[in-house]
Design a protein around this ligand. Structure first.
Ligand SMILES: [Zn+2]
Length: 486
């Protein structure tokens, strides 16, 4: 915290600023400001001290950027519903919330609450984050007043406009409270939405049982049908899928976006370099749900389906600051999905290493490090986290030293290679880890119908076989993410 005489906000250059004012009990006092590229520099007239509270009003306007390829290359989408009515959505995760409102365009800070008001002509409906406080009727138009009662990621703030119909219900949370649930859907899809909602509620139950109570139960759980694929907009998840199930029998898009209410909205990466805490964790949740529906074989098969897409070209959690673009794309400009699929595989390998009890305890503690946070609904439950926080939590939950695991899998890109050698009735195993890093990962080996866990102290292990012809299968289920298989 430093004293400052400037208040700096990001705002896209497409939008113009009419005035900036300091609000006091005595009224509004105009403050001098400058546009410096995509920023507004407001002169606070004298040096302000840490802890001093100021209320600043920015009057701005214009036409926000149209999203070239939503939700990845974002902005506003202006399109039509199947019935030919206006359908508008925002999606700004990659490009920043400053595409439509003045904000600090960095994940390390969040508004502690937010009031949002939108005026739209009838019969359009404006669905947004938090709770609907009231709808003001202005004749031809209506104003929707929303209020978010907890901290919110700036990219999670969203506007969805269409002549929406709603499917409403109540969900009995494991916390003991009833949560209002609303699905805003375009009229043509009302029946599909009605049919789909029970599955969405089962996703909620799964997350609450796996990770802890739905964190935003003081506001609502909402889903808005969008013209783009999806996004984890807090309490108003964007759903742009086609109501179909995947081969594992569930609507993965909704399952994934809902998972971000824990991994992304409750627990937020302090810098985009830790983006995998959102995407890798969230992607792994779909494998766990496949396991819940279809058993262990379905779990392995779900993960196997994403194994081919892992690039290993840049670290999943590099040290130092990164932008969303740097995490989403390789220097060549090609997309990089490693924060998703490799992140999920890293959690899968961690589960093998520490066992189910410690692993699931680590997930629950990562979501809520202290039991009282599971009960909090006033915003205290939300926090920023880093990869090192997860390292410490996983170490505490498992009682193991895990630096080596995080170093190899997250801090550098290459995968370890498992070298096996058989001589007579002995199997020798050795980890060939990148940069000569330590990698004492135990290896499951199946011999004669029985699976043994071979300790790999110093990265090497041996297993005595019953005889020279014994059939041996090394890591048959692919529990370990490695360069050769798995
Ligand atoms: Zn995601």
């Amino acid at each position: 915290m430093h004293p400052t005489s400037w208040f700096v906000q990001d705002l896209d250059e497409r939008l113009s600023v009419e005035s900036v004012a300091l609000l006091t009990d005595g009224g509004a006092k105009a403050l001098p400001f400058e546009r410096r590229g995509g920023q507004i520099w407001t002169d606070l007239e004298r040096t302000r001290q840490p802890g001093e509270r100021l209320t600043v009003r920015v009057r701005y306007g214009g036409t926000p950027r149209e999203a070239p390829r939503p939700p990845w290359d974002g902005g506003f989408t202006w399109t039509e519903t199947p019935g030919g009515e206006p359908w508008i959505a925002s999606s700004v995760q990659v490009n920043g919330a400053d595409l439509w409102w003045p904000t600090k365009d960095h994940p390390s800070d969040e508004p502690d609450s937010m009031a949002l008001s939108f005026t739209v002509p009838r019969p359009l409906v404006a669905a947004s984050n938090g709770r609907l406080r009231r709808v003001e009727d202005n004749g031809e138009a209506r104003t929707y007043h929303w209020f978010v009662s907890t901290p919110i990621n700036n990219y999670g703030v969203a506007l969805n406009v269409a002549p929406y119909r709603t499917v409403d219900t109540t969900y009995a949370s494991t916390s003991g409270t009833d949560i209002p649930v609303t699905f805003w859907v375009v009229p043509a899809h009302y029946q599909q939405a009605e049919k789909r909602l029970p599955q969405f509620l089962d996703h909620l139950r799964f997350y609450e049982e796996t990770l802890g109570p739905y964190p935003f139960r003081a506001d609502k759980y909402g889903i808005a049908e969008t013209p783009h694929l999806g996004m984890e907009h807090q309490t108003i998840i964007a759903y742009g899928s086609d109501f179909s199930n995947n081969e594992f029998g569930f609507d993965y898009l909704h399952h994934h976006e809902l998972g971000h209410e824990w991994w992304g909205n409750l627990v937020t990466a302090a810098d985009w370099s830790d983006f995998w805490l959102h995407e890798g964790f969230c992607t792994y949740m779909q494998a766990l749900y496949a396991e819940e529906l279809g058993g262990r074989e379905a779990y392995h098969s779900y993960l196997q389906g994403s194994r081919g897409g892992i690039n290993n070209e840049q670290p999943v959690a590099p040290r130092g600051s990164r932008s969303t673009l740097e995490m989403y794309y390789l220097p060549s400009g090609e997309g990089d999905g490693d924060i998703y699929s490799k992140g999920a595989w890293i959690l899968h390998s961690l589960r093998h290493l520490v066992g189910d009890e410690a692993f699931f305890e680590a997930l629950r503690r990562m979501a809520n490090p202290r039991p009282e946070l599971r009960r909090a609904t006033d915003g205290r439950q939300c926090r920023f986290a880093t990869t090192d926080d997860f390292l410490r939590i996983a170490e505490a939950a498992s009682g193991r030293e895990l630096d080596w695991f995080f170093e190899v899998y997250l801090r550098q890109p290459a995968l370890p290679r498992l070298v096996t050698e058989r001589s007579g009735d002995e199997l020798r195993l050795r980890w060939d880890a990148p940069e000569e890093l330590s990698f004492p990962m135990p290896v499951p080996v199946r011999v004669g119908g029985e699976t043994r866990r071979v300790k790999m102290k110093g990265g090497e292990g041996r297993l005595a076989l019953p005889n020279a012809d014994a059939e041996v299968q090394v890591d048959r289920k692919n529990w370990i993410l490695k360069a050769n298989g798995g």
